[in-house]
Design a protein around this ligand. Structure first.
Ligand code: MRU
Length: 364
């Protein structure tokens, strides 16, 4: 996910074709960006947050400067709605677009200038992207400390360089553990229906030189029952106030099996994924995706024509199935209602001075 300042476009590695084809696409408008998020050209909660922020910049750049500042701000709100609708479960998307709206309103009020707001939005989207890398590295270190020196880890979906701006959340923990010299081996589940594990995580880990085995999703329980897994790690798209975790479909199953087999279960999230406004997992909207994701594998039909399909992209793991939630502010343990609120507060305190400095710099 990066911004090309030469032609003012958002450049995305097209994750639909990995690892077979390496192709980049350019988004030149908010509609292009929303489409790329919906089609999962870019995916993973933090990565779509960053893409959403740049999508807001594209909206601001496209605005007809002959119109007034109020119309500009209204247009920006419409752009936010378009982007937020592209994928409803991951809170990072609306968190990022909301942050852009706040900056726009602050600079608009202080300067009364559309040009100044546009400049500020570009700087803010870049700051948001840079912060993501720093947050993942902090989170990774906290999580890696939970692992013994030799560890067999089960990982679900893709949470690494491809799902964030860089480095990763749950995979960030794995990268950090390897950097600390821990002997780590990863069981990568394929993550049907879209195969993020097989296509993306296996590809990333191999490039990073981390030992792994790819397994079919249904192998995870067998490995657990044989004592072959020491820890389960995964990311999240939204964590509710009580610690229920919405993540890639299949997370609930591996957590229930993990608890049954007394294996620790760690969700890894930046605090931006914690949604204190959502009391529990029942309130989280679960995105349903098209039937072809299930009836076809990489464009090849594997099920009868016209078969009825149910394809939820995420599930909710109730908080009681989690051992801990790792954030960039430290490791949160039950009761999550208290520890998650504290982590959010710590992040707010840590970031507020930097935010104030940044906002002031936009007015100079
Ligand atoms: O549908 P996807 O591929 O966007 O789902 C991604 C996940 O579920 C990840 O686990 C989550 O976004 C965390 S990524 C750091």
């Amino acid at each position: 996910v990066y911004w090309d300042s030469l032609d003012s476009s958002l450049v995305l590695l097209d994750q639909r074709h990995l690892p077979v084809k390496i192709e980049y696409i350019r988004c030149k408008s908010p509609a292009d960006t929303a489409d790329a998020i919906h089609k999962m050209i870019v995916r993973g909660a933090p990565a779509i947050g960053a893409a959403g922020a740049f999508g807001m910049v594209l909206g601001a750049l496209k605005f007809n400067r002959n119109l007034n500042l109020d119309q500009f701000l209204m247009d920006l709100h419409n752009t936010k709605d378009t982007l937020d609708r592209a994928r409803p479960t991951a809170v990072n998307l609306s968190w990022a677009t909301n942050r852009m709206i706040q900056v726009a309103e602050f600079v608009a009020k202080a300067t009364n200038s559309i040009d100044r707001v546009v400049d500020a939005l570009l700087l803010e989207s870049q700051a948001l992207s840079d912060e993501d890398v720093d947050i993942n590295k902090r989170l990774g270190k906290f999580g890696a400390e939970l692992f013994p020196d030799t560890v067999e880890v089960l990982h679900h979906c893709n949470t690494g360089h491809l799902a964030t701006v860089k480095y990763g959340t749950a995979l960030g923990i794995i990268y950090s553990a390897a950097e600390m010299g821990k002997k780590i081996h990863v069981w990568v589940d394929e993550t049907r229906p879209r195969l993020q594990g097989a296509r993306l995580t296996a590809w990333e880990l191999m490039q990073c030189g981390i030992p792994l085995h790819l397994i079919a999703d249904s192998v995870a329980g067998h490995l657990m029952s044989k004592g072959k897994i020491d820890a389960i790690v995964f990311g999240a798209d939204r964590v509710s106030r009580n610690g229920d975790v919405a993540n890639k479909i299949g997370t609930y199953s591996i957590c229930v099996l993990g608890k049954e087999n007394s294996i620790p279960r760690y969700a890894a999230v930046p605090t931006s994924t914690i949604d204190l406004d959502t009391p529990n997992g029942d309130q989280i909207v679960i995105e349903e995706r098209n039937s072809e994701e299930v009836t076809e594998i990489q464009g090849q039909r594997v099920a009868p024509e016209n078969v009825p399909v149910y394809n939820p992209a995420f599930d909710v793991t109730p908080a009681r199935y989690l051992t801990a939630i790792v954030t960039e502010e430290g490791v949160c343990y039950p009761p999550f209602e208290k520890s998650l609120a504290e982590a959010k507060q710590k992040a707010e305190v840590r970031m507020s001075e930097l935010r104030a400095k940044r906002l002031n710099s936009y007015l100079k």
